[in-house]
Design a protein around this ligand. Structure first.
Ligand SMILES: Cc1ncc(COP(=O)(O)O)c(C=O)c1O
Length: 390
């Protein structure tokens, strides 16, 4: 008989019922060190008192009133995102895929409204991941996500991530813009070089096409900057974000420049739940912490420590690991044996990591991680490696 939850996920057989800081507690009585953050979502760990307080306070005031009206928390969050990014305006939605779906729509609409309806194609990358809606699986282009879901949404031209010449050649009179992840997370933690991102920006300017970034995974301080594009010192035209922004409460957002957003006419996009008051209150509480003095310094410092640690682990276990890459607290180790087996073995020793493409294990702890947790994770990886080799 089919389980009551549609079996589309390959779940581990652990059931969690609470969390605190860097740890999750399971019904089997065991405690797990969380280096997966619910796939880069629990940016401030579990049960953060400031987030709990914000949620409870908002729950007593207002949950939802729709986008037919203004709300205080929604305006506050939009103002802060605008103040701390390139954007002039924000659209709120509920997930990463919905943010990127909106990004795709805005790229098409902008070109349509400026008198170029023929510019409706978007250049995307091999090994990209943009979500699971019909348009975002088409943008991601992975066979395993597309199989059975024809007809596939049209309008995407794919190039090799990192190859600037191929990208330039792909641009034609139908190109609306370029959509790229600054680091391919699901694709195997593959960072674009800063030079590549800078060149993409230049090319987009040269051809008067849009540059859209998918920062669903890389955003919200994960790489040690508020958004990862800041490392390359470039300004996108629009950007999709989600995951860590709500610290565990579901929400997504599109950050957009005025030039582009002004072409989104009244009624041209919308969402019933987008900007929901509970989500806004928790995201504002998350930003209280992320934007506080020293927070990004802490993420960068922990990112360096994790970098050195994973480098040593790769060197110490040449039979199991090949190399290591990433930025800030989004790092990955490429395995020699199946990453699924390594992940399972780590879980059985009390460490939660997440698999990614290219046979990689992702290490993306909550951003509140401390040196002692990195030491604890290292000890678990070392023990696990010894067990895997016998
Ligand atoms: C880069 C990127 N874009 C989009 C998504 C889709 O986000 P969601 O699962 O919230 O729809 C993800 C999710 O992993 C992602 O990593």
């Amino acid at each position: 008989m089919i389980p009551t939850i549609m079996p589309v996920y390959s779940r581990s057989d652990i059931t969690f019922d609470s969390g605190n800081g860097m740890y999750l507690f399971a019904t089997n009585g065991l405690k797990y060190l969380d280096f997966g953050s619910g796939i880069a979502v629990n940016s401030l760990g579990h049960s953060h008192p400031h987030l709990i307080n914000a949620l409870k306070t908002q729950a007593d005031k207002l949950w939802h009133c729709s986008n037919l009206y203004h709300t205080i928390e929604q305006e506050k969050l939009a103002n802060r995102l605008v103040k701390h990014s390139f954007a002039d305006t924000v659209f709120f939605c509920n997930s990463g895929a919905e943010a990127i779906e909106g990004v795709i729509k805005i790229m098409r609409k902008y070109n349509f409204e400026i008198g170029h309806p023929e510019r409706n194609r978007i250049i995307v990358m091999h090994n990209a991941f943009h979500g699971r809606t019909l348009a975002t699986i088409a943008a991601g282009g992975q066979e395993k996500h597309l199989r059975g879901f024809a007809p596939i949404v049209e309008g995407f031209d794919r190039v090799i991530y990192g190859n600037i010449d191929e990208l330039r050649k792909k641009i034609d009179s139908h190109t609306a813009g370029i959509l790229v992840e600054p680091i391919q997370g699901e694709g195997g933690v593959v960072p674009a070089s800063l030079e590549y991102l800078q060149k993409i920006r230049k090319i987009a300017n040269e051809f008067s096409i849009l540059l859209a970034l998918d920062e669903v995974q890389t955003g919200n301080c994960r790489t040690g900057k508020f958004y990862a594009y800041e490392w390359a010192d470039i300004i996108p035209d629009l950007l999709g974000t989600a995951k860590g922004l709500g610290g565990g409460f579901p929400l997504g957002a599109i950050l957009i420049t005025e030039r582009v957003a002004s072409k989104m006419t009244l009624g041209s996009h919308g969402s019933t739940f987008g900007g929901n008051s509970l989500a806004m209150a928790v995201a504002n509480a998350t930003l209280d912490i992320m934007l506080s003095d020293g927070f990004l310094d802490h993420v960068q410092e922990m990112g360096c420590l994790l970098w050195n640690t994973l480098e040593s682990l790769v060197k110490a276990h040449p039979k199991l690991f090949i190399d290591h890459r990433g930025v800030g607290l989004l790092q990955g180790i490429k395995c020699k044996i199946s990453n699924i087996d390594v992940n399972k073995a780590l879980i059985s020793n009390g460490l939660l990591t997440v698999t990614a493409g290219d046979n990689v294990i992702r290490f993306m702890p909550p951003l509140i991680v401390e040196a002692k947790h990195i030491v604890e994770a290292t000890n678990i990886v070392n023990t696990t490696c010894k067990n895997l080799l016998v």
